[in-house]
Ligand binder design. Sequence first.
Ligand SMILES: [Zn+2]
Ligand SMILES: [Zn+2]
Length: 263
Amino acid sequence: MRFNVLASGSSGNVTLINSGKTSVLVDCGLSARELAKRLEAVGSSVDELNAVVITHEHSDHIRGLKTLAKKSNIRIYISPIACASSILKDAQNLNLGEPLQPGQPFEVGDLTFYPVKTPHDSVDPLVFRIESHGVKMAIVTDLGYIPRSVAQELKGCDALVLEANHEIDMLKVSSYPWATKQRILSQVGHLSNKEMARFLQQDFDGKAQHLVLAHLSQQNNHPELARLAALEALEAKTPLFAMLNEQKVLLAKPDSPLGWIDL
Ligand SMILES: [Zn+2]
Ligand SMILES: [Zn+2]
């Protein structure tokens, strides 16, 4: 299995997962044109996709989904209530896969997806652990904190895509309206560098060789602050482990693909 984060952040989120046989998008937060461009840039195309799997109905995760569905009739896996609350609610002739439910795994070709419920302010927020031929990864963004129930599902993963949305002090003094700040900082908002680091230090099992920090705010975070928070947490956990893994803490970008990560 290999994956490539094609876009990450409030301007759009898309990750491409490929098993060799099966190609699946997790989220579709880019316009159809931009998605086609980025797929081409990584040697893929819309025609090669077997399905798109949706975490939740916020626009940075489904912006391009309606157009993609219309143009390609791609199979869509989404929570039924998220679908009913989204831009898809009036769409005709959708090619829907089985309805997503937390704790109920489903298969797309030789990829198995495990939906996990998260604390986030959408109608039915999910993240996914994805497995293929004994290899595991997880994409964990858009959640206010990492509860034990989520941390448990991340054990044994070979790669983690983990939200590092904001630096709390930067967010507090930013120009965002007070209500927006409160929303982001809440238990159902977004993951701070601090909470990401807490997870790494306390609840991470240390197995993942690849850690991709994702969904960084362009206003309220700085890539190096997020990376440093992760590296410090790993080092506090075990110095040797951090030394071995320093090169493997990567940063997903809003405007270009991260590059393929082979597992
Ligand atoms: Zn988001
Ligand atoms: Zn969201």
